[in-house]
Every structure is written in C-alpha cells, then in structure tokens.
Design a protein around this ligand. Structure first.
Ligand SMILES: [Fe+2]
Length: 307
C-alpha cells in the first residue's frame, strides 16, 4: 500500500473500495471546533447567510427529505436550537461549513489527512465540503441519498445509521439515480420499511463512523441523547463521470429511449462521456461569450449556495 497513512481516520485502507460501504474509526471526538459553544457561533454565522437546514422531530423515515424543513418546521433559531438541543425536538444541519473561514480549516484537516489513500484508488478529489449535524434525542434523518462520497463521523452521542450499497437497485432504481443527478430531484426516493433488512447497520458512538459512496441511500435514527455528527464529502473523477452519465440517461428517457444502466456497457459509457465533455466545453464557451458562467463541480470546494 502506498501513500501516507491518515492520522485522523482509520480504515482498512489496503482494501478500500470507493464504491463499497464500510465502517471507519476516527480521532475527531473532542476536537475544539466540534464542541457546542463554537458550533452555536457557527450556527449564528451560517443562519445569517441561509446555510442552516432544520426540521422538527416529527419527521419520520419516509418523510420526503427535500421537503422535511417545510413539512415539519423548527420555529427556533439555530443558536436557540443548539443551545438547548436536548429539549429542542429538532434536527439541524450546518451546511457547507467549508465556506466558513474557520471551519474550512477543519474540512482541510480531515480531507487532506485521508486524501493520499483516496487518491490511490479514486483520484481527482474536488468539491470538498463539510456538514455538521446537531440532533435532539430520538430524531430521524429521513431516508435519502446524496451526490458526494461521504465520511460520516460520530462526535458526541449515539445514533443508528442504515446505509445501502450505491448499486442496490432493489432499494433505489437506476431511474431514481438518473433523475437525482439530472435535477437533484429525490421524487423517486421512496421509503419502504422492508428495506431495513438489506442495509448495513452501524450503531455509532463517538470515535466511530462510516464511509458512504456517492448515491448510497441512508437513514439515520438518533439515540436517546443529543448528538453531534460531522460529514466530510467530496467528488472525484469517477463520481463526476457517473453523475454526468446518469444525467444524460435521464435526458434520453425523456426522449423515449431506454439507456443501459451506467457502467453496464463500458465502451458506450466512455464514448458518451467523451461526447458530454465536448458538449459541456462548447456550452461553457457559449456562456462565456454571453458573460455568465455556470458553477463548475471541478473546483476545490463545494459552492456554498448549492446544498
Ligand atoms: Fe445524507
């Protein structure tokens, strides 16, 4: 195995597969930036710029993730909620903390630490981001998936994390992933209770965590006390390629075509992706002549306005 071994996150790096769920351990519990007092201040700063997502403890596994804040609003401010999280009956996510000058140092500390091992098998780490979840007792993060690869690390309290493999089409269909990558819609992400039997189940305590590949469906149930959890996420060459192909396939479905699943036909995928990249380059050139630039997913840090 080549590359320096991470100091903050431990895994069996020799067998690390970027497209398989796995357990990890870490040494971030007790980190100064992950204690409640600085998190309350971070919550104030992020709320002022619209980067806090929150819902009440009434949300359940099958709540539509995109709409949970509207369906089950938490009326308190982020600072009020975090200061009394044991009683707040709320789930709060501090979004895109890499855009905060202080918390970018934490994101860099963790992702720089693991990057040599990631790069060995999954090169091209970009779009780095951090997310910090502060959760009241017995509160649920509804079933959903995300675009990024994700190291989710338990800092304080306990929670049960259910994660399904990113290619488990019994849980989420190829069409669900096509649509998600096309326009971030989770309309085909539908919870069924019987899916629990197919999940990896992690009973997380401080110092424990998991690696969740891009589009691994997941569901989180908080334990009997308050909890702090941090996620560190990124794209790679492979996630960006997969995302582009899924989005293309969604467009093909709209045209009445029935594309093969992404990665089922490698040569066709390679040709299609080369075509996509040419089309994107042309689009960027046209945009440039019109004076507007689309956000790129090839930059070092995730755009904070896109959560
Ligand atoms: Fe998530």
């Amino acid at each position: 195995m080549q590359g320096s071994l991470p100091q903050l996150v431990d895994a069996d790096w020799g067998t690390f597969d970027p497209w398989r769920v796995r357990a990890v351990t870490h040494r971030l519990a007790g980190h100064g930036l992950l204690e409640m007092a600085p998190l309350i201040e971070l919550g104030r700063r992020l709320e002022a710029v619209g980067r806090v997502r929150t819902h009440s403890s009434d949300a359940y596994a099958g709540t539509a993730f995109n709409h949970a804040p509207m369906l089950y609003p938490n009326g308190k401010s982020a600072a009020e909620t975090l200061a009394d999280v044991a009683q707040a009956k709320a789930w709060t996510s501090l979004l895109n903390v890499q855009a905060d000058e202080l918390y970018r140092t934490l994101v860099d500390e963790v992702l720089d630490d693991i990057r040599p091992q990631i790069d060995r098998v999954d090169p091209g780490m970009v779009y780095r981001a951090g997310w910090i979840f502060v959760t009241s007792p017995r509160t649920i993060t509804p079933f959903h998936m995300d675009k990024e690869h994700n190291f989710i690390l338990q800092i304080e309290g306990t929670k049960r994390l259910y994660v399904w493999e990113p290619d488990d089409i019994e849980v989420l269909t190829e069409e669900a992933r096509d649509l998600f990558h096309f326009d971030h819609s989770r309309d085909l992400v539908v919870w069924r209770e019987e899916m629990r039997a197919r999940a990896h189940v992690f009973d997380l305590e401080p110092g424990m965590g998991a690696y969740m590949p891009s589009t691994s469906p997941h569901l989180v149930e908080n334990g009997d006390g308050p909890s702090i959890t941090a996620s560190f996420t990124y794209y790679t060459d492979a996630t960006r390629r997969n995302a582009r192909l899924h989005a293309l396939h969604q467009r093909m479905r709209a045209w009445g075509m029935a594309p093969s699943p992404v990665n089922a036909r490698p040569l066709l995928d390679a040709l299609a992706y080369a075509g996509c990249r040419c089309a994107d380059a042309v689009q960027r050139a046209v945009d440039g002549t019109r004076g507007h630039r689309r956000p790129s997913d090839g930059v070092q840090y995730a755009h904070p306005s896109i959560a």
